[in-house]
Design a protein around this ligand. Structure first.
Ligand code: GDP
Ligand code: MG
Length: 305
């Protein structure tokens, strides 16, 4: 199945909501203020976000004027183009290859409870195992015993190394041990879980900073990747929470989970605009294989075409 087909399947709900209402608009008779108002409303309803929607509309107006476009159906391709252009980055397919020459490659996974961190770690590990990489998972969410057990089950399923300590222990000490072990065992990729309890608690943010520092010390460089996991179904609210995390440590990419469960896939565009962080992976279902590299063109086309 092509990436676009996978996106189409996973985005069934969003597509039903988003593209159908837009399609009606594009079948209309003329491009007037009403047309733009409806388009704006549709974008905002789809969680694209107010600012981002306004920016898209403004750009569209300019281009429609410049290109003397008069038929609503012609706006559709223009809109697709605008949306793709919002992501001024390449998908990370190539980056993923580079990782191989750079081991142990450390990936920290952060975000609020329930966003899908542990599931994402399991799926990332699964991807890497398929590429014949030696993977280690680190049980850095020491706040709850259940979190450690949940990750251990993933480690067994996927077949990775697994480093844990008792519940309640200092997460940076778990990372310290894990990273030392990763170096001596020749691990290619270390994927670390972290706690996600109440993002407003200062000590959680301090904890993340400490993990970041400890990694720097043991590896003599900061983590190559800090992935912030956001639950797409929480919409604009999820974005506000995510901002707090990205203030604590530098985030290199977003993993947007549960896109299959929301009718508002536009959140992908809002993330880039509001957080300025590239979306690197998206979760499109509950299975082990349902984590995909995010590719802007396939994504936007799957959404609208
Ligand atoms: N439908 C769907 N469910 C997901 C996805 N990613 C995670 N989940 C579910 O979200 C719930 C919370 O995930 P978990 O990894 O435990 O979140 P954590 O608290 O951040 O570690 C679990 O029931 C997962 O199965 C996804 O992409 N799609
Ligand atoms: Mg978890």
């Amino acid at each position: 199945m092509s990436l676009m087909e996978k996106f189409k399947n996973g985005l069934a709900k969003t597509r039903a909501n988003f593209s159908q209402s837009l399609d009606n608009l594009f079948k209309g008779k003329k491009i007037d203020e009403n047309f733009f108002e409806e388009l704006e409303e549709n974008l905002i309803m789809s969680d694209v976000g107010v600012e981002t929607s306004l920016k898209i509309i403004e750009d569209l107006k300019t281009e429609i004027h410049q290109n003397k476009i008069t038929e609503p159906f012609e706006v559709k391709n223009l809109l697709i183009q605008k949306m793709v252009n919002l992501f001024d980055y390449q998908s990370m397919e190539e980056d993923e290859e580079e990782i191989i020459s750079d081991s142990p490659h450390v990936i920290l996974v952060i975000g609020v409870n329930g966003s899908g961190k542990t599931t994402t770690i399991g799926r990332l590990a699964y991807r890497w195992r398929h590429a014949n990489k030696k993977v280690m998972m680190v049980a850095g969410d020491t706040f709850r015993a259940a979190a450690i057990e949940q990750l251990e089950i993933w480690a067994q399923r996927v077949g990775t190394d697994f480093i844990k300590q008792q519940a309640g222990s200092d997460p940076s000490s778990v990372f310290f041990d894990a990273l030392k072990a990763a170096k001596s065992r020749g691990v290619d990729i270390v994927i670390g879980d972290t706690a996600g309890r109440l993002h407003t608690k200062v000590n959680l943010m301090e904890e993340l900073k400490k993990i970041y520092r400890v990694t720097g010390k043991v590896m003599e460089r900061v983590p190559q990747e800090v992935l912030l996991v956001i639950d797409a179904t929480t919409g604009q609210n999820g974005l506000v929470q995510a901002k707090k995390f990205s203030e604590a440590i530098p985030v290199s990419g977003v993993v947007l989970t549960k896109l299959d469960g929301t009718a508002k896939g536009g959140i992908v565009l809002a993330i880039k605009e509001q957080l300025g962080i590239p979306v690197k992976y998206v979760g499109l279902g509950e299975k082990m294989e349902d984590l995909e590299i995010f590719d802007p063109t396939s994504f936007v086309k799957a959404l609208l075409e």
